[in-house]
Design a protein around this ligand. Structure first.
Ligand code: TPW
Ligand code: MG
Length: 540
């Protein structure tokens, strides 16, 4: 088969359901083969950051591979930031980049889209992906493809595949199927025994579920384990939205001082905290009142399990949870774990809207019509999302780039067919909101809640004062119609509830609800978060 066919077939075999991309001359040959072969559907967007964010979201949403396809240089380098975010947030994203053909790169001429050297792009991607291959040899290509894709799945981090344009139609052998790495089940069982002993000895055991649980498709298994153990479960900030469809004794999301007291106490006072797949980062833990006592903590992450003073290497999370299920016993009463309390029953009057009112209106809408998956951008919208019923959430909770909101919503819909709810600030919408113009051609119909405070409000919270935090009033709602959607600007609670209901009823196009908020009107969670970060960072 042709090299490009072998690549797309291998992606499909490993669970990819679509390719999201923007072509260029160095990429045209493999885009053509993708379209002709129909191995995977192709969705094109408008700007490469959107491509990266959308493909990343597709991979995160279905716990399989997301695929971003671009051209050399101008295209690939436009994706550096989304790929960096995917790296630190452990998203299984495959980056495919076209490249100059072998002959043209040997002519000694400077090539368009080339930076310092022909391999400058490769070196840049070395820093933000966990495996990199160049398919410049038909003999080795199938093996390199398999290695790169398997590494992507095993580590759940992005990989980089460069395809010289004169290679795509070379005849190659098919790519071998996925091979799971060896694991030592005796070591896994010994580790599980030690964990259980640790939990048994604790007066207040607690389990924190991190993002790897979703990445490796382990939500149901974790729910099975926690329903036996009966101990309180919390998610990290980054993992907010996991376990939404699973029956687990979920207390809420740990946000240190920025979150609710009961969750903070359950975690910080625990003398037996088990963290499964949690990223140790400042947004997950930087807002703690006191450092979590790591000696009383067991941390499973990146295929290793760390106890206070020793480590079990090579323990995959799935095998560990299975081994724990085999030996688990009740250590608490799941029924005693209180369910989180979210705002509901918004009074739809003529008063102004606050961010918490938006969460309340969404909760009411979910109660009436069922939950939707959410894609949130960075900004107060993400902190407001903490007050929304637990539902699948894609958000940049660690790396914190602006821009993913709208494209991530499109990625969710492309991969799952589900209608997403997109939450985005006006600043972030100015960056990538225009990708909504691609909805009509693909029949996508997200509901977009645009938090328009005419401000980079989160920055203002960090540093009150400067005028440069003020943004102009762009009138986004009016732009929706020519982009193929429906736009409404709302300023009162009554208008908000009405616009949400109208959006739910009209599934024929995207709905952009531009929610006008006063500058300075922020969610409680953002307020507490910024205060806690400021206090701990020592910035005056
Ligand atoms: C790509 C820095 C973090 S939050 C923020 C900025 C500029 C303001 C967001 O404004 P928006 O939301 O979207 O109107 P809100 O609720 O605060 O009003 N560039 C990138 N990413 C980040 N994180 C920044 C700058 C930043
Ligand atoms: Mg704003």
């Amino acid at each position: 088969m042709l090299l490009a066919e072998a690549l797309f077939t291998a992606l499909k075999d490993r669970g990819a359901t679509e390719v999201i991309g923007i072509p260029g001359d160095f990429a045209l040959p493999y885009f053509k083969i993708l379209e002709d072969s129909k191995i995977l559907p192709l969705y094109t967007l408008s700007h490469e950051p959107g491509v990266g964010f959308a493909a990343d979201a597709a991979g995160r949403f279905n716990s399989k591979l997301g695929v971003a396809a671009v051209t050399y240089g101008a295209g690939a380098l436009n994706m550096v930031n989304p790929v960096a975010q995917a790296y630190v947030e452990k998203s299984p994203l495959v980056v495919i980049s076209g490249a100059p053909g072998k002959l043209e790169s040997q002519r000694g001429l400077g090539l368009h889209h080339q930076v310092k050297r022909i391999d400058s792009q490769f070196k840049i991607f070395e820093e933000i992906t966990c495996a990199q291959v160049v398919l410049d040899d038909a003999q080795t290509a199938p093996k390199l493809i398999a290695e790169a894709l398997d590494t992507c799945l095993i580590q759940s981090r992005p990989v980089y595949i460069e395809v010289p344009r004169d290679m795509v139609a070379e005849e190659v052998e098919p790519v071998a199927p996925y091979v799971a790495p060896e694991k030592d089940m005796d070591a896994v069982r010994a580790c599980a025994e030690e964990i259980l002993e640790h939990l048994r000895a604790a007066k207040q055991p607690c389990l924190m579920a991190g993002v790897e649980i979703r990445r490796f498709g382990l939500e149901d298994k974790l729910a099975e384990l926690t329903s036996i153990l009966g101990i309180p479960v919390v998610t990290s900030f980054m993992a907010r939205g996991i376990l939404a469809d699973a029956d687990a004794p979920l207390l809420g999301t740990y946000l240190g001082l920025a979150g609710t007291e009961d969750v903070r106490k359950a975690v910080e006072q625990s003398d037996g905290l088990l963290m499964l797949g949690v990223i140790l980062c400042d947004t997950n833990f930087g807002v703690s009142k006191r450092e979590i006592d790591m000696r009383a903590t067991v941390h499973a992450f990146d295929r290793a399990v760390n106890f206070g003073h020793h480590t079990y290497p090579n323990v995959p999370l799935s095998a560990l949870i299975e081994a724990l299920i085999e030996i688990a016993e009740p250590l608490g009463d799941a029924k005693k774990v209180p369910a989180p309390n979210y705002p509901k029953n918004l009074v739809a009057d003529d008063s102004a809207i606050t961010p918490t009112n938006i969460a309340c209106a969404v909760n009411d809408m979910f109660a009436k019509h069922g939950r939707m998956p959410i894609a949130s951008d960075m900004g107060d919208c993400l902190f407001t999302a903490m007050d929304i019923e637990n539902t699948a959430l894609i958000a940049p909770g660690y790396y914190a780039s602006m821009g993913p909101g709208v494209p991530a919503g499109l990625g969710i819909q492309a991969t799952s067919g589900q209608r997403p709810l997109i939450m985005v600030g006006d600043g972030a919408f100015q960056m990538t909101g225009w990708e909504l113009g691609n909805c009509r051609q693909y029949g996508w119909n997200p509901i977009v809640l645009l938090f328009n405070n005419r401000s980079w409000e989160m920055l203002r919270t960090f540093q009150p004062g400067p005028d440069y935090h003020d943004l102009d009033d762009w009138g986004f709602a009016k732009m929706a119609e020519p982009m193929g959607g429906h736009g409404t600007r709302v300023s009162t609670k009554k208008e908000l509830v009405k616009a949400l209901e109208a959006a739910v009823q009209d599934t024929s196009r995207f709905h952009l609800i531009e929610v006008m908020l006063e500058r300075g009107e922020i969610s409680q969670t953002l307020n507490r978060f910024v205060n806690a970060v400021k206090r701990l960072s020592g910035v005056k």
